[in-house]
Design a protein around this ligand. Structure first.
Ligand SMILES: C[S@@+](CC[C@H](N)C(=O)[O-])C[C@H]1O[C@@H](n2cnc3c(N)ncnc32)[C@H](O)[C@@H]1O
Length: 221
C-alpha cells in the first residue's frame, strides 16, 4: 500500500468515505514516468488535475465508446488530456484548451515526452469560444472549466456532440456542496444548474459517478 498520510489535493476526500477512497487509490497500478511527474507537480503547485482514479474513467469511457475525437474544455497542464490521447489511439484527435499560455507551454512538453503530441491540438484561449468555432461533431466533450461556466458549456456542447457521443464533466458533486438547499457560492449554484440541465434534457441519458469529486457521464440519444 502506498503511504497516503500526505494526501495530494487531487485525491479530494469528502464524497466517498476516506478509507474507501484510500482503498480505491491503493488498487491503482503505477503510472508511467510522465503522468507520475505531472501528479507530483500538480500536488506541489496545487494544480487541480483529475488524478489517476478519474483519469482511468476518462480513458475507459473513450475505449468503451471507441471515441476518436475528444474536445476538452479546461486542460491545465494536460494531465487528463494524456489519458484521453492514449485512449483514442493513433489517428485519434484530442483538442486541448486552456486560457493560460503557461499551462499550454508546460503541457506541450509533457505531450512530447508521453509520445502523444501528434494527436493533440493545443489551443489557448476561452474554451467556450474555441468550441463555438468548431464545425465538426465530437465523440466526447469533457468539461473541466471554472465551475461558473458549466451551464454555458452545457448549452454549447450539446449541438457539437455526435449522436451516441458522451458529455463528461468533472466536479459535479463539488465536495458535497451540491446538496446545499440554498447555496450562496456562485460555483455551487452553477453546478446545481448544470446537473439539472443534464437530467432534464430529453436528448441525454446521464449518470453521476460518485468517485473523487463526482464525474457526470451523459450519452446523447
Ligand atoms: C480543473 S483545471 C483542468 C484540469 C485538467 N482537466 C486535468 O484534469 O488535468 C481547469 C483549467 O481550466 C482553465 N479554464 C477555466 N475556465 C476556462 C475557460 N473559460 N476557457 C479556457 N480555460 C479555462 C483554467 O485555466 C484551468 O487550468
Amino acid at each position: 500500500m502506498p503511504d497516503l498520510t500526505e494526501k495530494p489535493r487531487w485525491m479530494m476526500q469528502g464524497i466517498t468515505s476516506e478509507p474507501v477512497e484510500e482503498y480505491i487509490y491503493s488498487l491503482l497500478p503505477p503510472r508511467d514516468e510522465v503522468l507520475t511527474e505531472m501528479e507530483a507537480a500538480a500536488a506541489k503547485r496545487n494544480v487541480p488535475i483529475v488524478g489517476p482514479a478519474v483519469g482511468r474513467i476518462l480513458h475507459q469511457l473513450a475505449l468503451i465508446s471507441g471515441a476518436k475525437t475528444v474536445f476538452e474544455m479546461g486542460s491545465a497542464i494536460g494531465y487528463s488530456t494524456i489519458w484521453w490521447a492514449r485512449a483514442v489511439g493513433e489517428g485519434g484527435r484530442v483538442i486541448y484548451t486552456d486560457g493560460d499560455r503557461k499551462n499550454a507551454d508546460e503541457a506541450r512538453g509533457y505531450f512530447e515526452r508521453a509520445g502523444v503530441a501528434d494527436r493533440i491540438a493545443v489551443k489557448v484561449g476561452d474554451a467556450l469560444e474555441i468550441l463555438s468555432e468548431q464545425k465538426q461533431e465530437f465523440d466526447i466533450i469533457f468539461c473541466d472549466l471554472d465551475k461558473e461556466d458549466y451551464p454555458r458549456a452545457f448549452r454549447l456542447a450539446l449541438p457539437r456532440l455526435r449522436k451516441g457521443g458522451l458529455l463528461v464533466a468533472d466536479n459535479v458533486l463539488w465536495s458535497g456542496k451540491v446538496a446545499e438547499k440554498n447555496p450562496t457560492e456562485a460555483s455551487t449554484k452553477a453546478i446545481q444548474e448544470f446537473n439539472r440541465l443534464l437530467y432534464s434534457s430529453p436528448d441525454l441519458f446521464p449518470v453521476i459517478l460518485p468517485i473523487r469529486d463526482g464525474v457526470a457521464v451523459a450519452v446523447k440519444k
